[in-house]
Design a protein around this ligand. Sequence first.
Ligand SMILES: Nc1ncnc2c1ncn2[C@@H]1O[C@H](COP(=O)(O)OP(=O)(O)OP(=O)(O)O)[C@@H](O)[C@H]1O
Ligand SMILES: [Mg+2]
Length: 487
Amino acid sequence: MKDSMSCCSDENGLNPMATTLFHSLRFRLIASVVTIEIVMLSLLVWNNITIIHATHTDRLRDTASSIIQQIANTSGNYMVAVDYATLEDYLGKVMNYQELDYLVILDRGEGTVISLGSAPHAPWPAIDPHPARVTDGVFDTSSEILVAGQPMGKVLMGFSLSLMEEAIQKSRIRGISIAAAEIILTVIVTVLIGLGLTRRLGVLSKAAQAVGGGDYSVNIPVETADEVGKTARAFNQMVTEVSSRSQQLEEAEKKARKLLAENRQLIHTSLTVQEEERKHLARELHDELGQCITAIQADAKSIRDLSQGRDERIMTSSGAILEVSSRIYEVVHSMMQRLRPGILDDLGLIEALQEEISAWQERNPNTKCTFNTSGDLADLGERTNITIYRIVQECLTNVAKYANASEVTIDLSKNSDGLVLSVKDDGQGIDLSAPTGSGLGLIGMRERAEALGGKFSMETEPGNGVSIFITISEENRQPADRRKTRS
Ligand SMILES: Nc1ncnc2c1ncn2[C@@H]1O[C@H](COP(=O)(O)OP(=O)(O)OP(=O)(O)O)[C@@H](O)[C@H]1O
Ligand SMILES: [Mg+2]
C-alpha cells in the first residue's frame, strides 16, 4: 500500500502527472479561461432565466387581470337581464384563450351560474396573489360583478401555468445551449492559442537550455511579429552577443594560461639560475676566501711562533690576527652553508633541515621549534629538496623577524597523496586586510611551490599565528624532478 502510494505521489503527496499538468502553462491557461467562462455564463443564464420568469408571470398577471375585469363588466348586464344563454355563449368564446383553465360565474348567493373548463367545486380555491407564487400549476383569480355599484355575483378564473413554464423552459434550454456552445468554442480557441503559444515558448525554452549547456549555435526562427516573435529575435541577439563574448573570454583565458605557463617556466629558470649562482658563490667563497684565510692563519701562526720569546707585542698581534681570521672563517663557513647547504647534497633533506633548525634554535632560544616527519622522505629529488629547504628557511626567518611566537611546529610528511609541508607558529599573525608590504618571501614560497606543480596556502588572523601549507601531489611534481627521484 505504502509502495503504491509512493510510486504515484511526489514528496508533497501530489500525483506526478497532476504536478506536471499543474505546471503546464497550457493547462493553466485553459483551466482558468474555462472556469471563468463557466462561472460568468452560469450567472448570465441564471440572470436571464430570472428576468424571463418575472416577465412571463407579470404578463400573465396583467392579462388575467384585464380579462377578468372585462368579463366582470360584461357579465353584469347579462345577469341583470337573466340572459345566461348569451352569457355562456360569450364566455365559451373567451374560453378559447389558451392559458385559460376554467371560468365560473357565481350569483349573489355564491351559487354556480356558469362553469366552464376544468372548473373546481366549492369550496373554491384560494385566490393567488401573483402567478410567481402559485404552487398547484393554476393561477386562481376572482373579481366581483357589480352593476350600478350593486354586487351581482363573482367571476372565478384559473389560468394554467403550463404554457408559461414551457416557454420559460424553452428559453432556459436555449440560454444553456448558447452558453455551452460558447464554452466549447472558447475551449477550442483557447486550446489552439495555448498550443501555438506553448509550442513557440517550448522552442524558446529548449533553445535557452541549449545555450545554458554551452551550445551557442542555436537560432530560433522568428515566425511572427508579436511578443513571442520579439522575444525570439531578442533571444537570438542575446545568444550572438553571449557567443562572441564567451569566445573573447576563451581567447583571453587561453592567452592568460599561456602567459602563466611562460611565467612558470621563467620562474623555474630563474630559480635554477639563482641556485646555480648560490652554488657558484659558495664554491668561490670556499676556494678563494677559504684559501686566503687559511694562508693568513698559517702566516699568523708562523709569525707568532717566530716571535715567541723575542717580541711580546708581535706575539700578541699575531695571536689577534689568528683569532680574527678564525672568526672570519666561521662567518664565511656559515655564509657558505646558507648559500648552498652542502649537507643537503651529502646527507639529504631531513639532516639539512635539522641542522638549519638547530642553528635557528640557537639564535632564537625564546621560540621552541619542533620538527616532525613521516613517510618516506628519502630521494625526493634535488629540486624538491631545495624547494622545501628554502621554504622552511624563509618561514623560520619570518617567524624570527615578525611573529614573536613562543612555539613553531614544522611537519613534513609524504603519503599516497604526495608531499605535505606545514609550518605553524603561535605568534601575532598577519592582518590580511592591511596593505601588504614589498616583501618577496611569501611570494617566493608560492612561486617555488607552483614551479614544482604544487600548491601554497596560508591561514592566519591577527593574534592567532600563521600557518603555511605546501602540498605537492606525486602526479603534479615536475617530470624532471620525478625522474631524478626514481633514478
Ligand atoms: N610568521 C609571521 N608572523 C607574523 N607576520 C608575518 C609572518 N610571516 C610574514 N609576516 C608578515 O608578512 C609580511 C610579508 O612577509 P614576506 O616574507 O613576504 O616579506 P618580508 O619578510 O617583509 O621581506 P623578505 O622576505 O622579502 O625579506 C612581513 O612583512 C610580515 O609583516
Ligand atoms: Mg620574509
